[in-house]
Design a protein around this ligand. Structure first.
Ligand SMILES: Nc1nc2c(ncn2[C@@H]2O[C@H](COP(=O)(O)OP(=O)(O)OP(=O)(O)O)[C@@H](O)[C@H]2O)c(=O)[nH]1
Ligand SMILES: [Mg+2]
Length: 170
């Protein structure tokens, strides 16, 4: 079944940070999995409704950098640059914030529409990390949201930020 969507959200991030769990939290049924054209890399596409807007959501293979080395990274980069998403969710492991921010900066420098998601915030808190989201937002000049994809914590806040972001872009 073809469903009409009026926006597109792409989820990117390093391997094993919770991209697919976040994808599953946002989308429900209507998920399709297919090989990215010309490759053996699988890409999942689903649909989510935020406010009055239906978005196509795309889960990408893990990437460390916008300069691709692996086929997976090349696919993730192509999706970012060719599919013209309205919102790109850069999801990171909050425990490894400093190691993960360089890709955020690359994405911002490339002029892409980024919302930063600090996932696995439960484990970050457990080891005593305190992350000031407002400071981070001010420094990076992009929205930042903390989530726990395994439980769903923060997902409604993320949806609200996506709605605001798209509305502000007009
Ligand atoms: N504690 C905790 N674990 C999480 C959270 N999000 C994801 N995980 C765990 O992290 C692992 C990876 O989750 P995935 O959703 O498969 O991550 P991914 O980014 O899609 O991984 P790749 O597709 O292999 O790059 C799983 O074991 C999850 O249970 C979270 O918020 N908190
Ligand atoms: Mg995955």
């Amino acid at each position: 079944m073809v469903r009409k969507t009026s926006g597109k959200i792409v989820i990117v991030g390093s391997p094993n940070v919770g991209k697919s769990l976040l994808f599953n939290r946002l989308t429900g049924s209507y998920v399709t999995v297919s090989n990215y054209p010309g490759t053996t890399v699988e890409v999942s596409r689903g649909v989510t409704k935020i406010g009055d807007t239906e978005f196509e959501v795309i889960d990408t293979p893990g990437m460390y950098s916008l300069l691709p080395i692996t086929e997976e990274e090349r696919v993730a980069r192509n999706i970012l640059l060719k599919e013209r998403p309205d919102v790109i969710i850069h999801i990171i492991d909050a425990k490894n914030l400093e190691r993960m921010l360089p890709l955020t900066l690359q994405l911002i420098e490339a002029g892409l529409p980024i919302i930063l998601v600090l996932n696995i915030i439960d484990e970050a808190e457990k080891i005593g990390m305190k992350i000031d989201l407002h400071d981070l937002e001010r420094a990076l000049k992009i929205p930042a949201v903390a989530t726990v994809s395994t439980t769903g914590r923060g997902i409604d806040i993320l949806k609200g930020r996506i709605e605001e972001y798209v509305r502000a872009k007009g």
